[in-house]
Design a protein around this ligand. Structure first.
Ligand code: SF4
Ligand code: SF4
Length: 146
């Protein structure tokens, strides 16, 4: 009989302890974000999808050479001031967002952005094409400005 009441008291105490945690959170401001209606910022050092400002690209190929998994494809033609960028693609299917390409880009034209909504329905859409159509002249002056 004594054990019976002891068990009831223990159960009630357990419920009180559990409810103490619940009640503490009940009066706190909710931390849930109603995504996608609400969005919160990401950390400054967040590594999101790569972005290239092609007008700041000297076509030096350093980013292409530094990528450990070869997901940057650059095709150039011509030399010196006449250097043209025919293709500049980054395959985000394989990019591991390590940031090595950003580090070696001496003009700062290639950067990891804070973009995180990158879902697509086709694999090909994960390949970023920064030069489409006509080739773009490499900006060899961009390096001098830095
Ligand atoms: S972030 Fe890393 S893996 Fe992605 S393209 Fe740059 S060097 Fe390659
Ligand atoms: S300037 Fe930057 S983005 Fe352009 S080829 Fe060189 S390293 Fe790559």
């Amino acid at each position: 009989m004594k054990d019976y009441f002891k068990n009831i008291a223990l159960s009630l105490w357990t419920i009180i302890l559990g409810m103490k945690v619940t009640i503490t959170y009940f009066f706190q401001k909710p931390t849930t974000v109603q995504y996608p209606k609400e969005k919160i910022g990401v950390a400054d050092n967040y590594r999101g999808e790569l972005f290239l400002n092609v007008n700041e690209c000297t076509a030096c190929l350093q980013c292409n050479r530094s990528c450990p998994i070869n997901c940057i494809t650059i095709e150039v033609e011509g030399k010196g001031k006449e250097r043209m960028i025919r293709t500049f693609n980054i395959d985000m299917n394989t990019c591991m967002l390590c940031g090595l390409c950003e580090r070696v880009c001496s003009t700062g034209g290639l950067k990891l952005s804070t973009k995180y909504e990158v879902a697509v329905s086709k694999k090909d859409d994960q390949i970023l094409h920064f030069v489409e159509g006509e080739p773009i002249k490499a900006n060899i002056e961009a390096l001098k400005k830095k």
